[in-house]
Each structure stands twice: as C-alpha cells, then as structure tokens.
Ligand binder design. Structure first.
Ligand code: PEP
Length: 260
C-alpha cells in the first residue's frame, strides 16, 4: 500500500481574496518551475471561506494541480444557523477537503469531541474528505503521555463513520503550533502508528492502511525531510509557512531532500 503524501496549507484567517489569487499563482508557478510531480505529492490549500470562490476559479481556469478545502464546516446541512457554512456549499465550490477540529477551534470556540464528530459526519455526508486535527496540549502531554489524547480524539471523531470512507488525520501537538517548537520525527512516527491503530479499530484495517496521517506544528522546508522519512507520516499540515509560497513549495518538494 502506497499512500500519496499530502502537503496541506492552512492559511487560517490570513489573506483576502485578492491576496489569495496572488499566492496561489506564485505557488503554482514555483512548483511548476521546480518540476513538481503532482502524482508523487498532493498539495492542497485551505483559504478563508471568502477566498474559496477566487481560488476555485483560478485553479480551474489555469488547470493548476492543486486541491483546496475549507477550514471548518457546520455540523448542520442548512437552515437558521447564522454565520455557519454548510458542507454542501463547500462541495459545490469544488472543495475536496475540509479541516475539522483544529486546536484553534477546539480551544477558541469550545469545540468538544462530540462537535468535532458531528462535523466529521457532516463532511462525509457531503462527500468532503475531513482532515481531522488531533493533538495534546503540554499539560496533557505531562499527564497522559504522547499518544493517549490523539488516539482518544481520533476514535471520538470517527464514531459512526462507515468503513471505506476516506479520511485524513493530522497529528498536531498543540504546543508545536505556531511556536517554532517541533515534535521529533520519532515522536510523530510513534503517534502515527497509534493513530493508525485507532483508525483500524473504528473503521477497518484496510482504511487504516490507506489513511494518510499528517504531522503539523512548525513545519518548514528545513525540517520536513525528517518527518517524511518516517513510514507512518504521510505528509504535513502547515500553518505559518504556507503563507510564503516559496517556503511552502519547498515543503512540497520534500522528495528532493528526503534522499534515498
Ligand atoms: C496549523 O495551524 O495547523 C499549524 C500547524 O501551524 P504552524 O505550521 O504555523 O505551526
């Protein structure tokens, strides 16, 4: 089983729709100049909702081999939910993916495991691949060790998801997000193995073998290779560095520096 690595850029609340066009153009050109092979590595961007239509139009018009997705979605499909965005709308815009359960939403918007699960189910209902973010805080790391929280969050997020459903899980230690501190590749591998076992327990062994497990937390072009050498790390969810197209393209070109 070979899993196509995924390098995903979470722009968070940065870049308006005009800036999004400039970034996607520069990213696509930089990747092209570097002879990027989309068959070998998938690259996806996650712009703010207000940018999605511009990004979609540009990617379609210029036939860029970039995927894109939303940063969140409503657990509901439609109705009186002011400010929420339905997975149906994201699908209609051509989104492949949607991020669910990012720690900034768990912490800043009170998203519990139950809410994250409802959002994962909504994504699946609308044919979107959820990029499920899991990870422990520094306190949780001290209390429970390395894998306990990511495993529990993975199992909770996947409850009720039918076997055979494509999902992506991103292990993002909260203490590594936007801090410049990174987990070691060995830790990412250890947690990747534990998350894969959790996917097998809730979905199936085949799903576990196919599920891409990403590492996220202060990934840069200078440290991606160490992670990508690990067999259970299948890509990266990148925040800050995804706002710099040259740096992000450098991360996507990790095969150039992973070596044999
Ligand atoms: C993220 O927000 O998902 C993230 C990993 O951020 P950063 O790369 O900036 O640590």
């Amino acid at each position: 089983m070979t899993r196509r690595p995924l390098i995903a850029g979470n722009w968070k609340m940065n870049l308006d729709h005009l800036q999004s066009i400039a970034l996607v153009q520069k990213l696509a050109w930089t990747l092209k100049d570097a002879s990027y092979d989309p068959k070998g590595v998938e690259v996806a961007v996650f712009p703010p909702f207000t940018d999605l239509r511009s990004v979609q139009t540009l990617i379609d018009a210029d036939r860029f081999t970039l995927a894109f997705g939303g940063q969140d979605l409503s657990p509901k499909d439609a109705g009186a939910y002011t400010g929420d965005i339905s997975g149906a709308f994201l699908k209609a815009l051509g989104c492949t993916y949607v991020i669910v359960g990012h720690s900034e939403r768990r912490q800043g918007h009170g998203e519990t495991d139950e809410i994250v699960n409802a959002k994962v189910l909504a994504a699946v209902r609308h044919g979107l691949v959820p990029v499920i973010c899991v990870g422990e805080t520094e306190e949780e790391l001290e209390l429970h060790g390395t894998s306990a929280v990511p495993v529990a969050q993975t199992k909770a997020a996947l409850a009720g998801v039918p076997a055979g459903t494509p999902v992506v899980v991103a292990y993002e230690p909260v203490w590594a997000i936007g801090t410049g501190k990174v987990a070691t590749p060995e830790t990412a591998q250890q947690v990747g193995v534990a998350i894969r076992a959790a996917v097998a327990a809730v979905l199936s062994d085949d799903d576990a073998a196919e599920t891409r497990i990403l590492y996220g937390g202060s990934v840069k072009s200078g440290n991606i290779a160490g992670f990508m050498r690990k067999p259970d790390v299948d890509g990266a969810l990148v925040g800050g560095a995804s706002l710099d197209p040259t740096e992000f393209a450098g991360i996507a070109r990790f095969p150039d520096h992973v070596g044999a």
